[in-house]
Design a protein around this ligand. Structure first.
Ligand SMILES: O=c1ccn([C@@H]2O[C@H](COP(=O)(O)OP(=O)(O)O[C@H]3OC[C@@H](O)[C@H](O)[C@H]3O)[C@@H](O)[C@H]2O)c(=O)[nH]1
Length: 387
């Protein structure tokens, strides 16, 4: 039941092995883990039809894997066909890495990755991370999860499964391959925050049973899982708490405020401000966001979650005015009802990102909106929402 440090479990397609048998060094046999583990025979109650255990008698960590260049990495991006994921893939491909995208295409689009299809360094796998997958990788960026409130509320149980089972499966993969693991958590872990701006030590104010809870609590438990895989299995983890992000390639029907306003302004429709419009958010342009994620992944010895976002705070009314200025000053504003549990204010404290990663965002909202508008205009003109 207990792996020797010299034995590599290569079953891969069996995440339950990670669940049931945490790796324990032979020297640590007196660890409390032994006391809480079920007896070895209990595992055989689960029928496993195809379970080829390849055992190695040497220490694989000292060997170089075949078919990989020493200076380039094999990188998995889950959710890589989505908005932020596809921009991240662009950057990693430009840096010359091998990139594998795993995406269920629930919200992601293959067209976001079109430019990479002919590259031998790129691979797309349509797969939902709630099911395990066996791959060989050096780094994992785990982004897979619907992020727009209208999408994550569409099937909340699936959203929770994505956050828990998806993260669990990817952490199991990181454990087996010794890959460094980065998850995009969210500013929503702070809920409707009572501390402003939000720093990473704040534990948040989250409704556990509301309509948004599938996402907020899902990401909170995903963070917990990361820390338990780190403590229990030594997995090298990074947690990015990302704040509202916008830019080209957001889906036209995404439902989030920046994409709604830009799309509405371009079509000459009224901008739908929910509630009074006095609630605040802080908007980070996607290239800044991706830059922060890559820095977080590649900085050594980062402990604890790191906020990645733009600290420039706007009320939603102010955002509407900036969008009008950037796109069309003549569009009107209409007021619609607020959704339940909508956070009243949100602004990241990015002191830690500045100090530890040397990162801070550089793109002003007006400039970012103009870049986004070019992309939206083109897609609206072509009637092209991608596929
Ligand atoms: O058309 C709209 C859409 C939204 N809004 C308002 O704009 C604010 C922002 O709403 P969004 O839907 O864009 O995003 P939220 O900040 O509520 O949630 C987001 O937070 C961070 C992420 O991790 C997720 O992307 C998402 O959950 C809310 O107060 C909302 O009520 C409008 O006023 N009009």
């Amino acid at each position: 039941a207990v792996s020797s440090p010299l034995t590599v479990d290569r079953t891969g397609f069996r995440p339950s092995s990670d669940f049931e048998t945490p790796t324990v060094n032979a020297a640590d046999r007196t660890s409390h883990i032994d006391e809480v583990l079920p007896p070895p025979t209990a595992r055989s109650a689960v029928p496993i039809l195809d379970d080829p255990v390849e055992e190695r008698t040497h220490d694989v960590s000292k060997l170089k894997p075949p078919n990989r260049r020493a200076d380039k990495k094999r990188i998995l991006v889950t959710g890589g066909a989505g908005f932020i994921g596809s921009h991240l893939v662009d950057r990693l491909m430009d840096e010359g890495h091998m990139v594998i995208v795993v995406d269920s295409l629930f919200t992601g689009k293959k067209s976001n990755l079109e430019r990479h299809y002919n590259s031998p360094r790129f691979e797309f796998i349509r797969h939902d991370v709630i099911d395990p997958i066996s791959l060989e990788v050096d780094q994992i960026y785990h982004l897979a999860c619907p992020a727009s409130p209208i999408h994550y509320k569409y099937n909340p149980i699936h959203t929770l499964k994505t956050s828990f089972l998806g993260t669990y499966n990817m952490l199991g993969l990181a454990k087996r391959t010794h890959a460094r693991f980065l998850i995009t958590s969210t500013s929503e872990v702070y809920g409707d925050p009572l501390v402003h701006p939000q720093h990473e030590e704040y534990w948040g104010n989250v409704n556990p049973i509301g309509e948004r809870s599938c996402y907020d609590e899902g990401k909170r438990v995903a963070e917990t899982l990361c820390y338990d895989f780190k403590r229990q299995n030594g997995v090298d983890i990074r947690i990015a708490r990302i704040f509202n992000t916008y830019g080209p390639r957001m889906a036209l029907n995404d439902g989030r405020v920046v994409s709604n306003f830009v799309g509405q302004a371009l079509r000459g429709e009224q901008l739908t401000v929910q509630g009074s419009g006095n609630q605040t958010r802080s908007f980070c342009y996607v290239s800044d966001q991706v830059d922060g994620l890559i820095k977080l992944m590649n900085t050594e010895d980062v402990d604890g979650p790191v906020n990645i976002g733009n600290p420039h705070e706007f009320t939603i009314r102010e955002l509407a005015d900036v969008v009008k200025k950037a796109v069309d000053p003549n569009v009107e504003i209409t007021y619609t009802p607020l959704t339940p549990d909508d956070p009243k204010q949100r602004k990241p404290d990015i002191t830690k990102a500045k100090d530890v990663l040397g990162w801070e965002p550089g793109v002003e909202l007006m400039d970012g909106l103009k870049l986004m508008t070019v992309d939206f205009k083109e897609r609206i003109r072509n009637g092209d929402e991608g596929w």
